[in-house]
Write a protein of this length. Structure first.
Length: 531
């Protein structure tokens, strides 16, 4: 049975989809589609801030096309409902063409990317492609102009020292929207914080807790790093009239000498270099959600890696992921130093060749697809004799620059990985076998040294959510053909279970390693104070 998608989008939760959904659905029905043949894809998301792969509505639309090969067309209210970025409009149009999908836009006038020829066959509508390109430019230009107006307005207000956005604690907006000290409420609280720390000798945690008792701020169930709010206040020189990053200047509430005294006192109270060092997270930048391919982000306050997918949100214990990553990396590094196995050598060579092929393909794409478009855009601008404005021409060039930079970034990443693998291959080819124990590697405690080894031998870590309590964590590394797979189960409370899956064998490694590692790893660092 043939099917059709009705696509609807607005950019914020304040906007209503009702009228748009009705118009798009009625258009599909006018084109002889029945109610049970219509699939709706609707969402509230930005079409200018998010990249194509981050757009949930577009991902859902593409998934439906894979799931239902009978989908013929996708209806949109207008081009700007699809996207406000030219690159995304063209990318979706190319995707639709490859999948033989007709894109139908209703306003400001009807456009269809496919048409029926004299033989009754569906063919590409070349005129629609040109119109779609122009309307895509118009949608992006409209949003760029809107953002520019907002940005200029905000910059102008900031230069006038007017209130824009959230104010620093201790200040308020006066009747003219100028920044003023809040002399009745929060201003005296800031002065009380400095007096309590410098004169009364209270700790930052004590100040926070007493502030809760006095009703100065809400009780957040005593978070572990509750003193961080106080330390951030004590080192903030915006209180003494220093400009903010955006150029605003607050009236002087605390003099600079007082803030300098507080900073020096903080350094003495939090002595030790470790307090001022940024934590090193072994998996950061290497850990991805297996289903979406999105990178997991670090929440260092709660010790977890977080999924960025709204439909598949979950957390992975930071200590567990880092420990598993290091466990595999230590063995891989030891094996690389002590073994001279031809299988490893051939596998590494193959990966280097595959990466080299990808690099050549991307460079060829820049040379044949991107670079000629610069000349074409210039020729079109010159030949248009004013019909194409300089702003539109520059917008085209900027889009090309962004696409070229995106491809070049991929090339740089691949070249870096190619260099790492070449180094591994050189060590594998060495005839000299080093007499080194696995414990010489696994007993390394320095975080930076561990991270360097991980970056050298680990390609990526993927996480798959099975249910609310169970995750499958897979560590991929190029020295071996099969990755290391672990099943992690959180039973509630502090009870955790980790199973290493080796073929059909399930090895429980929970009791042997986890407690010691978790107790010795990852204390929350205070990065507020910078010497």
């Amino acid at each position: 049975m043939k099917k059709v998608i009705c696509f609807n989008r607005v950019s914020s939760s304040r906007q209503d989809l009702t009228a748009q959904r009705k118009a798009v659905k009625e258009a599909a029905i006018r084109d002889k589609y029945k109610e049970n043949e219509i699939i709706e894809v609707s969402g509230k998301e930005s079409a200018i801030k998010l990249d194509e792969e981050q757009r949930q509505t577009l991902n859902e639309m593409k998934s439906l096309v894979k799931e239902y090969p009978s989908i013929e067309s996708i209806y949109f209210f207008s081009v700007d409902r699809l996207a406000r970025r030219m690159s995304i409009v063209l990318s979706v149009a190319e995707w639709a063409d490859k999948n033989n999908i007709n894109l139908v836009f209703l306003y400001p006038y009807p456009i269809q990317t496919m048409m029926i020829n004299e033989k009754g066959q569906r063919v590409k509508n070349s005129m629609a492609e040109m119109i779609l390109t122009m309307m895509g430019f118009a949608a992006q230009m409209e949003m760029n102009a809107k953002n520019a107006r907002f940005s200029n307005a905000r910059d102008f207000l900031r230069k006038q020292n007017k209130v824009i956005g959230k104010l620093l604690f201790g200040y308020k907006a006066d009747e003219n929207r100028d920044i003023a000290i809040d002399t009745k409420k929060t201003g005296p609280i800031v002065q009380w914080v400095f007096d309590s720390y410098i004169k009364r000798g209270m700790s930052t945690t004590q100040i926070y807790d007493e502030g809760v008792t006095l009703g100065y701020w809400a009780d957040n169930n005593k978070p572990k790093n509750r003193g961080g709010k106080i330390r951030a206040m004590l080192v903030n020189k915006e209180y003494c009239g220093k400009p903010t990053k955006l150029g605003q200047i607050y009236p002087i509430l605390i003099d600079e000498d007082t803030i300098d005294i507080a900073i020096e006192q903080l350094k003495k109270n939090f002595s030790g270099e470790k307090k001022y060092l940024k934590n090193i997270y072994y998996c950061k930048g290497k850990i991805f959600d297996e289903q979406t391919g999105y990178a997991l982000t670090v929440d260092f306050n709660h010790m977890k890696y977080m999924s960025q997918s709204l439909k598949n949100a979950y957390n992975a214990n930071l200590n567990i992921c880092d420990w598993l990553c290091w466990r595999v990396a230590a063995f891989a590094k030891w094996n690389m130093l002590t073994m001279n196995d031809e299988t490893q050598i051939e596998g590494t060579k193959k990966q280097i060749e595959e990466i080299g092929t990808k690099i050549i393909t991307l460079k060829e794409q820049i040379k044949t697809d991107i670079e000629p478009q610069y000349s074409k855009a210039y020729d079109a601008y010159v030949m248009s004799k004013g019909r194409i404005t300089i702003d539109r021409y520059e917008m085209t060039i900027n889009e090309l620059d962004r696409e070229q930079n995106r491809l070049q970034k991929k090339i740089n990443e691949l070249e870096k990985r190619e260099s790492e693998l070449a180094n591994i291959l050189e060590q594998l080819r060495s005839k000299e076998k080093r007499d080194i124990s696995i414990y010489d590697i696994s007993n390394i405690t320095d975080d930076q040294q561990r991270k360097d080894i991980i970056d050298e031998v680990i390609e990526k870590i993927t996480v798959k959510r099975v249910d609310m309590k169970k995750l499958i964590i897979t560590v991929h590394y190029p020295l071996f053909t099969s990755p290391s797979v672990f099943e992690y189960v959180q039973h509630g409370g502090t009870k955790k279970e980790i199973i290493e899956m080796i073929g059909d064998i399930r090895l429980d490694i929970s009791e042997e390693y986890i407690p010691r590692f978790i107790k010795t790893r990852k204390k929350v660092a205070d990065t507020t104070i910078i010497d």
